[in-house]
Design a protein around this ligand. Sequence first.
Ligand SMILES: Nc1ncnc2c1ncn2[C@@H]1O[C@H](COP(=O)(O)OP(=O)(O)O)[C@@H](O)[C@H]1O
Ligand SMILES: O=P(O)(O)O[C@H]1O[C@H](CO)[C@@H](O[C@H]2O[C@H](CO)[C@@H](O)[C@H](O)[C@H]2O)[C@H](O)[C@H]1O
Length: 540
Amino acid sequence: MSKVKLTNPTRWENLLDDPAFKKQLTEDVLENYVVSQRWYGGKSSTLKYLEISEFFTIAHKGDHFYGLLLEVNFKEAFYQHYFLPLGFVEDKKAAGDGLIAPVQLGEKTGYLVDALYLDSFRKVLFEKIIESHPVEGLGTITFHAGEQLEETEYISSRFLGAEQSNTSIIFNDKHIIKFFRRIYSSTNPDYQICRYLTEHTNFDRSPTYTGSINLNIVKRHDITLALMQKLVPNDGDGWEWMLGELKTVFSTLSRKHIDPNTLPEVQLFSRLKLREVPHEIVDWTGLDLLKRIRTLALRTAQFHVAIGAERNDLKFTADKYNGDYNVWLKNRLLYMFQNRLNTVENNLHKLKDEALELAQELLERKNEVRARFIEFDWHHMKGERIRIHGDYHLGQVLVDGEDFYLLDFEGEPESTIRDRKVKQMPQKDLAGMFRSFHYAIYSTIFEHRDQLGLPIEDLYKAGELLYKYLISIFLDTYLHHVHNNNLNIGYQKEVNFLLQFCLLEKAIYELGYEFNSRPSWAIIPLRGIQSIMNHKQQKV
Ligand SMILES: Nc1ncnc2c1ncn2[C@@H]1O[C@H](COP(=O)(O)OP(=O)(O)O)[C@@H](O)[C@H]1O
Ligand SMILES: O=P(O)(O)O[C@H]1O[C@H](CO)[C@@H](O[C@H]2O[C@H](CO)[C@@H](O)[C@H](O)[C@H]2O)[C@H](O)[C@H]1O
């Protein structure tokens, strides 16, 4: 909680009328509050100033709250917007972890609080979604109830409590509302895609859309503040599940005296049915893991087929490759790569041993990487681009028994909101998932290398082999399903070229994420880049 005590001459209902109070609130309190939040995404930049760019009221049956849109300006010449709902309580205990600052309002003494921590506010929002009444204020809020919402009253709410970039709250033990903290002046792709899948397709391995809150401010597009969906049953996310599986798979090597150097090889991007996987490999990995990869591939393909089948709604219809896309793609990638080179150069001092060698190798090979990106030529692409997940990895799927749910269609956090809605090659999602397999394999090796009882080179050898088998099984099921359902993702050489292209893009993207959030993991994408660059480029 802020040590500064705010003072306002008027009542709570006129809180933001007083310019002196607004100044004190933003400069003395909110700046510090926002930067200390888990959802604040500007941690690797320097905040210049914060201002309230818009505010609106949410009033209901005598309760009165504010919604603030905060604009954070950075010294590095860019800005971000965040959503913060405000409430007032007299009793400190009622504020819980949402306490922002003590405040004196005329005669009344109390506390400013992030209203999501107040049961009363959550009740108001949930009831407004059920009733679907637009609320008048400075902006207009649209509460929407999905067709699948069966609830008629508010019973309870609780925080999800997961590590996440937004704030999710569970209502009536049946629905989850994700309140977007970082917001954009456009509808959020997670809301768009979740609602589309529920209302227009038969794909049922993503959570059902049940409601949303959007803000329409004059002259701006809709701003999605919250997305409600049904809670899906699950045993945790795919990342945790995969780490558990891989620990067993790697321990099996020494337990069964398997020498990775004698295991049968497989070509990268070949296609394998389960019955075609050599028995030595099945004996090593177990059949269950391979079957689960097949299921994950099927769900991924079904998602792409469902979202790529639209013929009328231009937001979702598939597009051909063209010159505009060519320019957009290359500009974006070359710009991102330049940014990563800069990040690597500035962070070399944080690396040592193999990570340092790999980083230096990347700097030496920068023109080779650029050449791979420049190689993209839309004239050779015969497949279609569709709306995709955009940030697809094992952490974005939930495990439900033998099956999976796909989640979080917000797209790549670093891209602008408009770029996230550009139709892209479906291979980008596949590459996201394949990179995640690579990540899980390497993180298992690094975490358990001392207990695995094999030289590190053998572990790497086993890891790269396993990676190729998982991809082969995934690709066989995925391609079979999309071809049978008329989603054109290109001819065989094109598919492989785009896979390789997207794998490189994703690994370069990850370098930024790792250096900003957990530099000791940068070795994983660095190894990924090396292995992609050492693999001969597929020609189209
Ligand atoms: N519909 C749902 N049913 C069950 N759990 C969910 C659902 N949606 C999200 N979760 C849980 O919340 C976590 C974060 O959700 P996600 O959409 O990825 O949020 P964020 O974008 O903030 O990371 C997920 O990993 C999952 O554990
Ligand atoms: O926060 P998001 O889930 O939207 O995605 C970001 O964070 C991810 C890490 O949680 C990051 O993913 C990278 O690490 C994963 C393992 O923790 C790995 O499975 C992914 O393959 C790897 O990209 C993701 O890139 C980033 O956008």
